[in-house]
Design a protein around this ligand. Structure first.
Ligand code: BTN
Length: 330
């Protein structure tokens, strides 16, 4: 019934107002006291501080910022997105690992997480910094029944889900720099890299990789001007697993709406409400013909609508160009 007893125990400990009795846990799982005692010891070995209170039971002392399969699965409230977690302390890139898992048949909605990546990938061949103990590096594996040309829209679905997930976990309003960077106070908080394996008319699988700066207290010189973390902006440490679970919850809802409609139309209003570029002057860095204009919003398929000075409206595709604010990064 409970496939992951450690995760379920963590969930019960977290939800218990005070402590939870050994007897209740035995009945919940249909196992012996010794089995419960073993689970508690394993959790302690993973770094959880669990107190055994005489005649009362077990109590979770504090909520450490631990990542791990048990921690993440214990927090998920979705049907299938993020329900099966693969976790490693360190990997090359969660996107690359997720692709290997896809080839081995990992289930739809699997979430691949690492505490740190030693070859994290950014968009346009850049690298991505994911220091241990402070950042979120996660990749969602999907097998969508979609035309391959629609896959880039999934990046927008994730971008919106990150903003909504952070809102429901922390009550903070982050915004989106089109197409999918989450920004806070004008600096980048999150990047998304979507990759896929496809035939001409069929998607084998898609991996959506998301990197969120959570508890970094400083950034390397090269990105200091444009990057920030939730901790820097909020002035307090943030629990990473809670954010991951909230983002997964938001993604599942958005993804279902997107699949049903076949495009972003059901999400367009929510997206435009958090679009940092909306009604802002932007420079479209088109290699053939750069231009300036005012960003109006997006099309149902995710292109940025930019009104040029002559009044005409251009639809900008994310694959080809990048967009900058006239006076800053956003
Ligand atoms: C960007 O350039 O803005 C995209 C950054 C994407 C980073 C994430 S971290 C998790 C996943 N694994 C990777 O190697 N990249 C993505």
């Amino acid at each position: 019934m409970h496939e992951n007893k450690k995760a379920e125990t963590l969930r019960l400990l977290r939800e218990a107002k005070d402590s939870i009795s050994g007897q209740d846990l035995c009945e919940h799982f249909g196992v012996s006291r010794t089995a419960i005692w073993k689970i508690m010891n394993q959790l302690k070995e993973e770094g959880y501080q669990i107190e055994a209170v005489q005649n009362r039971g077990y109590r979770l002392v504090g909520q450490p910022d631990l990542l791990g399969k048990d921690e993440l699965e214990s927090r998920m409230s979705t049907d299938y997105i993020g329900r099966c977690v693969y976790y490693k302390k360190e990997t090359d890139s969660t996107n690359t690992w997720a692709k290997r898992l896809a080839e081995e048949g990992a289930p739809n909605g699997s979430l691949v997480v690492a505490d740190t990546q030693n070859a994290g990938k950014g968009r346009r061949g850049r690298s991505w910094n994911s220091p241990e103990g402070t950042s979120i590096s996660m990749t969602l594996l999907l097998y969508p029944d979609l035309e391959p040309a629609k896959a880039p829209m999934l990046t927008i679905v994730m971008g919106l889900s990150v903003v909504q997930g952070i809102r429901s976990a922390l009550g903070v309003e982050t915004r989106i720099k089109w197409p999918n960077d989450a920004v806070l106070n004008g600096k980048k908080l999150c990047g998304i890299l979507t990759e896929m394996s496809a035939q001409i008319d069929f998607i084998n699988y898609v991996v959506i990789g998301t990197g969120i700066n959570v508890n970094q207290e400083a950034f390397p010189e090269e990105i200091r001007e444009i990057a920030t973390s939730l901790r820097i902006e909020m002035g307090q440490p943030i629990n990473r697993a809670g954010i991951i679970a909230s983002v997964m919850k938001a993604f599942e809802k958005n993804y279902e709406a997107f699949l049903k409609a076949g495009d972003l139309s059901p999400l367009q209003k929510d997206y435009e409400e958090v679009l940092a570029n909306k009604n802002q002057k932007v420079r479209v860095l088109d290699p053939k013909e750069p231009f300036e204009g005012t960003a109006l919003g997006i099309t149902p398929t995710g292109e940025l609508r930019v009104q040029k000075e002559d009044g005409t409206i251009a639809e900008v595709h994310s694959g080809e160009v990048s967009v900058r604010g006239l006076y800053s990064y956003v």
